[in-house]
Design a protein around this ligand. Structure first.
Ligand code: AMP
Ligand code: MG
Length: 510
């Protein structure tokens, strides 16, 4: 039940956010954040609304029609909150593109507080609601295009089953915002059990404040990793768990061809969620070295680099946790344990990736040559510019007995015979499986999405939204709600990208 009577009536957010729930982040004190009101935007309008995300908060879908809702989540009502209940921006630091960047923080994100619904608590955050003390030279705003990208991909990833922060809505305004050109502002509402990043820990490490690292770690453990409290060294246990979750997340990304684009340590979630959707991309034509972020000239965050970067980022987290993992002088045995915990990333990632790939290929048994089969497929896709999503989806159509149905897959490869050579190995491998082709196809279609948020699809929605037509945002959300289901009416969304898509460039500008 929503915590208000009429479905279209806005819940009493003023009250909800005025009374912080026990052990919420805000209880940590002002070393961690600064309170300030949001900067209102003129004449806000709704661009997108996620019913599923709303349901997490106990909000009814009808709320999207309520002007009071739009005003609230535009950031236009925070002045109604008492001074002690004002939104807050947290401080963090981080490594950007491998270089220590010093203090960063929520430059344009403001936490409203937490909402508890059905015994689950979510932090609610406005992104783009004005500059904070951590904005550095930024204007605190987010533009329409980047907000639509964040909104749609958060929800798309959730429906793909990938751990992610969620997006409740995106609200626009004609307020001009200067980027390379003049654009317009938007505010996205994000929700997650926690927005704590690796960078939060790095910040207090850089400040030489082990007491604050411990306070934050205690909060994260108590709220999100309670099982670590039982461990001999709860902070080491926390690091181990974060490492495993991060490895699982990376295996998931790699298995669906998702590139994050800006895997700086401040964009790494302590919960192993996908966080901060910027110049991300789902790979169309497969390339190991695919770079989705036009600002990433060296390819630090290329597809194939992502697991290595995650490991590197975890090493930064380990260093930030060391002062509390080992309180006295750093003991070589403890260092060894931390190194082992870090290295567990490699085995966990490899195992999680192998497991995902086996199920993507419809394999239920294990075979010692499976890694070779998987590597051979990726190499063939890379050399032949095969579409990532369609290749895996079409593999479900392959007969395990004959090659008559092979063209649905091989047509995606520049050299069809290269694909056929791999399919020959694949059929040999399928011969030791016990499922029939139909069962296998059903299982494969449950893990190989038909619809992903390709760049050109979101670009289409953005171009229409710029003309104040938000129907394509809604339509895309509808398509991406069921990424694994065959839906003839959405066939156009599962096609190879048009030729103009290859010239699309997405950068850090947002
Ligand atoms: P990002 O690359 O989006 O993860 O942002 C890196 C840092 O820059 C974070 O501390 C952001 O809060 C901050 N930032 C990015 N854009 C802006 C902006 N327009 N105004 C204020 N801060 C920003
Ligand atoms: Mg960020």
């Amino acid at each position: 039940m929503p915590f208000y009577s009429n479905a279209s009536e806005l819940p009493d957010l003023t009250n909800a956010f005025a009374q912080p729930l026990p052990d919420s982040l805000v209880s940590l004190g002002t070393d961690f954040y600064t309170r300030l009101p949001a900067a209102p935007i003129p004449a806000p309008y709704l661009i997108g609304f996620s019913e599923e995300a709303a349901a997490l908060l106990g909000f009814d879908a009808q709320l999207a029609r309520n002007p009071a809702f739009i005003e609230w989540f535009a950031g236009n009502q925070t002045h109604l909150l008492a001074p002690h209940a004002q939104p807050f921006a947290t401080v963090y630091s981080g490594h950007q593109f491998g270089v220590w960047a010093g203090q960063l923080g929520d430059g344009r994100a403001l936490m409203l507080g937490e909402i508890e619904h059905q015994h689950t608590r979510y932090e609610v955050q406005l992104k783009g609601a004005g500059p904070t003390p951590y904005a550095r030279m930024g204007d605190g705003r987010a533009v329409l295009r980047s907000s639509i990208r964040e909104f749609l991909c958060s929800e798309a990833m959730h429906h793909l089953g990938v751990p992610t922060t969620r997006a409740l809505c995106v609200i626009g305004s004609d307020l001009p915002v200067r980027r390379e050109q003049i654009e317009t502002a938007a505010v996205a509402t994000r929700i997650a059990p926690s927005f704590v990043r690796f960078g939060h820990f790095e910040h207090f490490y850089a400040c030489n404040r082990a007491d604050l690292i411990a306070q934050l770690a205690d909060h994260v453990i108590a709220r999100h990793y309670p099982e670590c409290q039982e461990a001999a060294n709860p902070y080491l246990a926390l690091f181990k768990e974060v490492t495993l979750r991060t490895a699982d997340l990376l295996a998931h990304w790699q298995s669906i061809g998702f590139c994050h684009g800006v895997m700086n340590t401040d964009n790494m979630s302590i919960l192993g969620l996908t966080i901060d959707y910027g110049p991300y991309g789902f790979i169309d034509e497969f390339n190991f070295n695919h770079i989705c972020n036009h600002s990433d000239h060296a390819g630090r965050y290329a597809y194939q680099q992502q697991p290595h970067v995650a490991y590197w980022n975890l090493a930064c987290l380990a260093r930030a946790l060391l002062p509390i993992i080992d309180k006295g002088q750093i003991d070589p045995c403890t260092l060894e344990e931390v190194q082992q915990a870090l290295d567990a990333f490699k085995t966990r990632f490899a195992e999680a990736f192998r497991t995902r790939m086996r199920s993507k290929l419809g394999l239920t048994h294990t075979h010692e040559d499976d890694d070779k089969l998987i590597e051979h497929l990726f190499k063939t896709m890379h050399e032949n510019h095969a579409d990532f999503t369609l290749t895996f989806r079409q593999l479900a159509q392959i007969s395990s007995h004959h090659s008559k149905s092979d063209t649905s897959v091989s047509a995606l490869f520049a050299d069809r015979s290269a694909c056929q050579a791999w399919l020959c190995d694949y059929r040999t491998r399928l011969s030791i499986e016990s499922r029939d082709d139909i069962e296998r196809a059903v299982a494969m279609n449950r893990v190989n999405p038909k619809y992903v948020l390709r760049n050109y699809l979101v670009e289409n929605a953005i171009q229409r939204a710029k003309q104040k037509d938000f129907s394509e945002v809604e339509q895309l959300l509808n398509v991406l709600r069921h990424p694994f289901d065959e839906a003839p009416k959405y066939q156009a969304y599962a096609q190879l990208p048009p030729s103009w898509a290859s010239s699309l460039e997405v950068s850090c500008s947002s």
